[in-house]
Write a protein that binds this ligand. Structure first.
Ligand SMILES: [Mg+2]
Length: 390
């Protein structure tokens, strides 16, 4: 079996692009991988084009060799968009290999460890504040609407949610300095106004959820350690799943972990074992977040095992299409140290039509698929109905 074509597709998923890689073979077997990046889709798809000549004519089942060939080819650009392109191709190669053997991908990694994985509803309130109008979802005009959203999460079977700094109003806002107008994007300091907004937001979600679940707050890259610590201490009164923040400095993260009462989750932007190693060695987090579409499956699996050796749990970073949901579910099905899995519930209405076999999501859990490969393919006709602007 030989690779005959490698293509990237970018579609417009409402407020962000989704990027997919399709690898075709001379025997007709096709593999799909997702490597969505909200900000640089053309960089990712361009890198896929740059890698195609390296892959044409090769046996797609030699996944490890091809991964390292691609990495050597791009080694002066390790990480970033080029690594996402490598990951998307690598994921499509695992799909082909597993389909050729007639097994799900996790079988190649000794799975399944479990039949289903607990989910948390991610960007809860964030998506409604930014795109609720477009999606026809209930408005977030006041904190009562946040209470109602917390109740909805529980009614729909979930026991965990993650939000960002959402400020209800007409229109509602989110606090992302640098993205949202009116805030400096680099200072990373916490004001008393922001502390008050966070206190009200988490208080309203807590009231809505009652004793039925936990809340995670993702602070992204928006604060320096002193700010994250201040927020962590403010939220001591609530039942938090974790505090989440991003930084490229492992010692800064360790300082946060040692200073707040809650569990800390981070590392979503890292790619490759080499970037994770200092964060894991210092045990800077309780839960290491791993992005499969950015790392590929082989590296994600090794990073998860490395985390296990340091007594840490992992959680997939996953806010994409259902294909990435499947990539994440397969990772959870092949590791022994899963905390929980991320998923976006508020999304474009055609999300389930984009895939041949949408994942089964029930009572706040995703069921691990049983069909060969990832368990489903992308429906190209639906993909092409939503072109992303060049
Ligand atoms: Mg995050």
């Amino acid at each position: 079996m030989r690779i005959s074509r490698v293509q990237a597709f970018v579609c417009d998923a409402g407020w962000r692009p989704w990027t997919f890689v399709k690898v075709e073979t001379d025997e007709g077997l096709v593999g799909w991988g997702e490597c969505s990046d909200s900000r640089n889709p053309h960089g990712v798809s361009g890198s896929v084009r740059d890698l195609e000549p390296l892959l044409i004519g090769e046996d797609p089942r030699a996944v490890q060799r091809l991964y390292w060939d691609m990495l050597r080819s791009f080694r002066q650009n390790l990480g970033g968009t080029s690594h996402k392109a490598i990951a998307g191709i690598e994921l499509a190669l695992w799909d082909i290999k597993a389909k050729a053997l007639g097994v799900p991908v996790y079988e190649l990694f000794g799975g399944p460890m479990r039949d289903r994985v607990q989910l948390y509803w991610s960007h809860c309130g964030t998506t409604r504040a930014r795109h609720g109008d477009k999606l026809g979802l209930p408005p977030l005009r006041g904190y009562d609407d946040i209470v109602a959203l917390g109740q909805e999460v529980v009614q729909r079977g979930f026991r965990a949610l993650k939000t960002n700094i959402v400020i209800p109003g007409d229109p509602p806002r989110t606090y992302f300095p640098g993205f949202d107008r009116g805030y400096n994007g680099t200072d990373g300091v916490v004001t008393s106004e922001v502390l008050d907004q966070i206190d009200k937001l988490i208080g309203a979600f807590s009231q809505g959820i009652g004793g039925n679940g936990q809340i995670a707050l993702d602070l992204n890259y928006n604060f320096r350690p002193a700010g994250v610590i201040e927020i962590g201490r403010l939220l001591e009164q609530f039942n938090m799943q974790w505090i989440e923040c991003d930084t490229w400095d492992p010692r800064a993260l360790l300082q946060i972990k040692q200073s707040i009462p809650q569990r800390l989750a981070s590392c979503e932007s890292l790619v490759s074992t080499r970037q994770y190693r200092p964060f894991l060695e210092l045990q800077t987090v309780d839960t290491a977040i791993i992005d499969v579409p950015w790392n590929g499956f082989g590296q994600s699996h090794i990073i998860g095992q490395m985390a296990d050796a340091y007594e840490l749990t992992v959680a997939p970073h996953n806010y994409y299409s259902h294909l990435a949901d499947l990539h994440a579910a397969h990772l959870c099905a092949s590791l022994p140290n899963i905390r929980i899995m991320e998923i976006d519930i508020d999304d474009v209405p055609w999300k389930t039509q984009l895939i041949t076999r949408p994942p089964k999501i029930e009572d706040g859990y995703i069921h691990v698929p049983k069909a060969p490969g990832w368990g489903a393919d992308i429906v190209e006709d639906v993909l092409k109905e939503h072109p992303y602007p060049d």
